[in-house]
Design a protein around this ligand. Structure first.
Ligand SMILES: [Zn+2]
Length: 89
């Protein structure tokens, strides 16, 4: 499932055409979503842990029954594979 779908390489949101980020020249960026990446740069300068904190409530909301701790645990396992965090981890 992960192989077939593109995820934002910063926050792991499933990427669809309408939430793609934008490059400096206004074209769509295929690797990041518009929440993370706009006009050729990241919208905020976060660490991976800050991003996990930021995403946890949304992940809990979209996964009924999941606790915040469980959500963070999953993200800590997955986020280091994302392009934005590979170099940092
Ligand atoms: Zn994102």
């Amino acid at each position: 499932m992960i192989q077939d779908q593109n995820f934002c390489q910063s926050c792991a949101a499933p990427l669809t055409e309408d939430i793609l980020g934008t490059n400096a020249d206004g074209s769509k960026n295929q690797e990041y979503c518009s929440y993370c990446y706009k006009d050729g740069k990241f919208t905020s300068d976060m660490t991976m842990e800050q991003m996990i904190d930021f995403c946890a409530p949304m992940m809990v909301e979209s996964n009924p029954g999941m606790t915040k701790d469980k959500a963070k645990e999953q993200m800590r396992a997955f986020f280091p594979q994302l392009k934005r965090w590979v170099a940092a981890s």
